[in-house]
Ligand binder design. Sequence first.
Ligand code: ADP
Ligand code: MG
Length: 288
Amino acid sequence: MTTADGMPPTPPVPPAHAGPPAHGTPPGGDGTATPTPGAPAGTPAARVAGLTKTYGTGDARVVALDDVTLELYAGEFTAVMGPSGSGKSTLMHCCAALDRADQGQVFIGEQDLTRLKDKDLTQLRRDRIGFVFQAFNLVPTLTAEENITLPLALAGRKPDQEWRDTVISAVALADRLDHKPNELSGGQQQRVAVARARVSRPQIVFADEPTGNLDSHSGAEVLQLLRRSVDDFGQTVVMVTHDPVAAAYTDRVVFLADGQVVDEVRRPTREVVLDVMTRMTAPVAVND
Ligand code: ADP
Ligand code: MG
């Protein structure tokens, strides 16, 4: 078995100052420019328009998303950053059809999610969206391999054997595929969760702080797995992170504050991301 498509068991951790080892071809040049219209990667895999979501009423009312309009480009790795409570998870959940907004639209490809009935939304979520949670959320009674292929089993779909093998080999867990989650490290569990998110060949994969529970080495392995899914397979990935080093693996960082998009950086480096974060949090106290 070749490991050409797989992840090396001990990939080098990029030096903290150097950012990610390998970017895909940037669509819009460097700097902070918005993508060039008509550029190859300028097709949105998903987009939201005027998205607003509030929680609670009266004094307890919180505006989690405040008229957000954003395109998430196909074949790109996008990071979403912002202070705690800025609406990152709410945005992910609305985009991934795990939650509904109050106003505005969410498109996956050409499909407007806000027009779908619950049943169709469930099917779309299963067939066209992958989701990676911070806490892995594997099924404890299933093996690693069974967890990876669970979405196919639930959909009653016969697995495309070649794709299934490709996704599984990328996890670089050949000798642990018959282990249960509690017999795997956090990093191994999260790599299984990434494979589970990819196995149905979704149009887009969302990941909400996928490295939040991991040490930096395990986190780097997960980030490289996500990066390769973009570079080698054209997967579209959108990831929430607090970590400027993690953000430096991506093609583009979108910054949220108080439920609004406030900034964007292309070809991010750790330094540039840190700089924006510092500017964003300078006027007020950091709240976590
Ligand atoms: P982030 O992921 O950036 O930390 P969230 O999207 O989780 O932010 O939350 C945005 C805002 O919405 C926060 O003020 C949070 O307290 C509030 N919020 C999120 N989920 C709920 C909920 N289920 N009920 C009430 N308020 C919520
Ligand atoms: Mg969150």
